[in-house]
Ligand binder design. Structure first.
Ligand SMILES: NC(=O)c1ccc[n+]([C@@H]2O[C@H](COP(=O)([O-])OP(=O)(O)OC[C@H]3O[C@@H](n4cnc5c(N)ncnc54)[C@H](OP(=O)(O)O)[C@@H]3O)[C@@H](O)[C@H]2O)c1
Length: 236
């Protein structure tokens, strides 16, 4: 059945490939990005709608949620995909570790990666509660895991922000269960994008179809889980 999907960060990387995969699978996509006028590749996919959203700005997030609600009337799937790491907060490679990173960089990355998704879920909850069952995917990272991120990644802002997003996921799973909204944190795999870099294990076009298929299988039984692309449990 065609789903009404809202996604952020849909103009490049994993978000663009997911949008293409979702449209290809027959779903309707309300595609969020920071600058719709510059989103040529996204426009070429002809999503249902393209709308502006700045995940660092609570007012923009609320307006985006309102616009999606007005557009669809009900939302089946929200994908909180937009994300940044410390490079976007101006940190050099050797200035990202927990002993040296600027406090403002940690806060800036966490604002986009964890606080923004929390607000978007909050404002979209009424629309997500209207179908019999809805799903929220928070695109997290293995680097937000306590048993991976302690030694890997090296970017304190990113690891802290994704650990915070994981907590947002389990708290929202608890609060939204009664509305039949499942909330899941997802490690999407190591993917070759601007963020993932050239050494990533998968091209976006390889990663996205697996994820789109996996979204179809998730139900309320999965709410509160942290999962890998194959649907298996990722350790917290
Ligand atoms: N690639 C990987 O290996 C990997 C692994 C684990 C998790 N992830 C997660 O997967 C998600 C997508 O990553 P990616 O690899 O596709 O990264 P990417 O290629 O760098 O794309 C990031 C996307 O997020 C958007 N974005 C950044 N800051 C934003 C803001 N303040 N407000 C709204 N949108 C914003 C970007 O829009 P602009 O074009 O406007 O900047 C872009 O669309 C992220 O949450 C990332 O943490 C990626």
């Amino acid at each position: 059945m065609a789903k009404r999907v809202v996604i952020t960060g849909s103009n490049r990387g994993i978000g663009l490939a997911l949008t293409a995969g979702l449209i290809g699978a027959g779903h309707q996509v309300f595609a969020g990005c920071r600058n719709p006028a510059a989103a040529a590749e996204l426009a070429a996919l002809q999503p249902d709608a393209i709308a502006a959203v700045e995940m660092a700005d609570p007012t923009s997030i609320e307006a985006f949620a309102r616009a999606a609600d007005r557009h669809f009337g009900a939302v089946d799937l929200l994908i909180n995909n937009a994300g940044i790491d410390a490079r976007s907060a101006g940190c050099d490679f050797d200035k990202r570790g927990p002993m040296v990173i600027e406090p403002e960089a940690v806060l800036e990355v966490t604002r986009v990666n964890a606080v923004g998704p929390m607000l978007l879920i909050r404002h979209l909850a009424p629309a997500l509660s209207r179908p019999d069952q809805a799903l929220v995917i928070n695109v997290s990272s293995q680097l937000g895991s306590m048993v991976v991120g302690d030694t890997r990644g090296g970017d304190a802002a990113y690891n802290v922000s994704k650990a915070a997003l994981n907590m947002v996921s389990v708290m929202m799973a608890d609060r939204l269960r009664k509305h039949d909204i499942a909330v899941v944190a997802l490690h999407p795999g190591w993917v070759r994008t601007d963020m993932g870099g050239e050494r990533g294990e998968l091209a976006v076009d390889e990663a996205a179809p697996t994820l789109v298929e996996m979204f179809e299988r998730l139900t309320m039984a999965d709410t509160g889980r942290f999962i890998r692309p194959d649907g298996s449990d990722h350790p917290w």
